[in-house]
Write a protein that binds this ligand. Sequence first.
Ligand SMILES: [Zn+2]
Length: 65
Amino acid sequence: MAQAQVACDKCGATLVPNAAYCERCGERTRRARRLVRIAIRVDLLFFLMVVSLVIGFTWIYAAQH
Ligand SMILES: [Zn+2]
């Protein structure tokens, strides 16, 4: 794992350990941005799974009639 970020990328203020946001300017820390990216990926994966299930069931239903 990358070393902890100690200062804000935007304003340079010192960050609280494991902070998600800068207390001075509100900028997201690198750690928080990475977590958001992972969350989006999981959401996308779930969405694709639901879509493929719907398409699969529609195809099976259409094939039976
Ligand atoms: Zn800042």
